[in-house]
Design a protein around this ligand. Structure first.
Ligand code: APR
Ligand code: PHB
Length: 393
């Protein structure tokens, strides 16, 4: 079987890989996306749903913004619940009018797949045993198996958008790759329910029993999370126990207004901060979860993937349109500079709002002082707001 020829091979059919393939295609740059799972498996993943304005603009630039703009909710603020009080962080007034868009990652991925189909984009599903080759050569190539038959594609560049457990990062020699990691001793038990959201803005709760979050997907679909020990199993949490614990962690009036119902999805996500450096090796470029993971507290996971794609897209454009490698040569450094700022913000917000199992009395007092400072300082709220809406690209 002769090798497929293309300009960019993208490994991973998640939001990062699809968004890049779509943006490149609109500029006449060819790509192939290789995805290990079926499309329904990829679409079945329940992930976060707060989009920074940078990501929203990128979706529009990719021609994928219509449903997002029609069905997504623009949020100009969110609340932090502490000691029975709701404290609102006014994003718009603290950032000169910037907001976020609440629109589920599942919907983002659905829109990207539809856009790829509409343009006849090549997305190969159930691609098994993907292997990367000749990463330092002018024409690297990728091999995989489809229904047991070996396949090969040759290209100019390979993009590793295959997530944390993908093959791409592992293809970078150990003496080149440096990994930074912090694992938190707790996880998030998340429930999706076909109930009206308890609030039309997100509520992050800091409570001595642990963190909680009230989020939403639509006026009839809610997403709630509670902090649980990382040793817990979702199957050990009945819906009844979940709702009861969530209510304990919310201000009394919010708990009283909470509509409960059967969970249609329930899972525990571990919390981790992770960064791999560099994000480039020869003609391989890492993007999204393949290179970095943030704890979900700051809603930065998907948004960081988008900023990687922004830098990579413009680097590839500069290469194919102007023949300049400047953007690609600067990619790793530029992307990592923004990654580390988002890692810092996500780590800070996680420490601010979670109770640490081995936290001392002193830790608790310091955490309360940090919250009191935040609620009483314009400067502190402006800093939180500018990070939450998304730092400039
Ligand atoms: N070969 C081919 N595909 C692979 C391989 C492989 N060896 N390993 C993983 N994949 C696929 C996965 O099945 C997945 O669909 O790569 C895709 C990676 O997608 P994501 O994990 O969603 O990563 P990314 O596109 O970077 O999106 C980041 O996803 O996890 C959330 O919080 C994260 O919101 C962030 C976003
Ligand atoms: C979500 O809606 O799933 C969500 C929202 C905000 C976060 C994390 C997750 O910080």
């Amino acid at each position: 079987m002769s090798a497929l020829q293309t300009q960019v091979v993208i490994i991973g059919g998640g939001p990062s890989g699809l968004l890049l393939s779509q943006l490149l295609h609109r500029k006449g740059i060819s790509s192939i996306v290789l995805e290990r799972q079926t499309r329904s498996h990829v679409m079945g993943r329940i992930r976060a749903g707060v989009l920074e304005h940078g990501f929203v603009n990128l979706m529009r630039e990719a021609g994928c913004g219509r449903r997002m703009d029609r069905e997504g909710e623009v949020h100009a603020g969110f609340c932090i619940a502490h000691q029975g009080q709701l404290n609102r962080i006014d994003l718009a007034s603290r950032t000169g009018g910037e907001t976020v868009m609440v629109y589920g990652q599942t919907e983002v991925t659905r829109d990207l797949y539809q856009a790829r189909d509409a343009m006849g984009g090549v997305v190969i599903h159930t691609a098994q045993n993907v292997q990367l080759h000749a990463l330092n050569d002018a024409r690297p190539f990728v091999t995989w198996e489809l229904d047991g038959v070996s396949q090969r594609a040759e290209c100019d560049f390979i993009v590793g958008a295959d997530g944390f457990h993908g093959v791409s990062r592992k293809s970078i020699p150990a003496d080149v790759l440096k990994e930074y990691e912090k694992i938190y001793p707790f996880g998030w038990l998340g429930v999706l329910s076909e109930t009206a959201p308890v609030s039309d803005e997100l509520i992050y709760a800091r409570h001595e029993r642990g963190f909680a979050l009230c989020s939403l997907r639509s006026p009839v679909l809610s997403r709630y999370y509670i902090q649980v020990p990382s040793t817990d199993q979702a199957k050990d949490w009945s819906d009844k126990a979940f709702w009861a614990e969530l209510k304990r962690r919310l201000p009394a009036d919010v708990a009283a207004a909470l509509q409960t119902g059967p969970s249609i999805e329930k899972s525990i996500a571990p919390l981790r901060s992770f960064v791999a450096e560099p994000m480039r090796y020869g003609n391989l470029f890492l993007a999204g979860d393949a290179a970095h993971i943030v704890p979900p507290t700051g809603a930065k996971g998907l948004n960081l993937a988008a900023s990687d794609i922004h830098y990579l897209y413009h680097g590839l454009l500069e290469y194919y349109v102007k023949g300049s490698c400047a953007g690609l040569d600067a990619y790793s450094e530029k992307a990592l500079a923004r990654v580390w700022k988002a890692e810092r913000f996500s780590w800070w917000m996680t420490n601010l709002l979670h109770s640490s199992p081995d936290g001392s009395e002193t830790d608790l007092r310091l955490q309360s002082a940090e919250l009191d400072y935040l609620f009483s300082s314009d400067a502190a709220q402006a800093s939180m707001a500018e990070n939450y809406v998304g730092l400039p690209y």
